[in-house]
Design a protein around this ligand. Sequence first.
Ligand SMILES: [Mg+2]
Length: 167
Amino acid sequence: MLRPDSFADRLSGVSLDGLAALGIRGVIVDLDNTLVGYGQEQLEPEDAAWIAAAVARGFGIVLVSNNFTGRVDRVSRELGVPGISSALKPLPYGFLRALRLLQTPRRATVVVGDQLFTDVLGAKFLGLHSILTHPIVPHDWLGTKVLRLLERIVLGRRIAPEPRERP
Ligand SMILES: [Mg+2]
């Protein structure tokens, strides 16, 4: 239930060819520490370029964040993709809204995010693919810090897998 389908260092490290090969057409992207560092304002150019390339290839993209409307709207406007704020991840509410916007079947949809207990767990609840990224910046709000500790316990060495462990 808590194992992501795959890992990526950053959103921009997710292979669009790889997603296409899996039949994925819809991508749900977390905002804080996946697209924008916690407490930061600026998008990384590589991540903005990744979103643009994905849209150009015909992938549907929706941002789904537990953060407030203002921050989510600003990034979603900048990227030109829809954003859902106050999503209550890992509960299905925000993800189901995203699926309605994407109009992709669950098996053709992936969630990309930096947190096991919101992004990956929420994806698993709905049968979506999941990719766990490394957080952009290591510091987070207090609630997230507690979840990070649990993540390390659950994931153990899987959080930074040795290349030879992965076929
Ligand atoms: Mg996040």
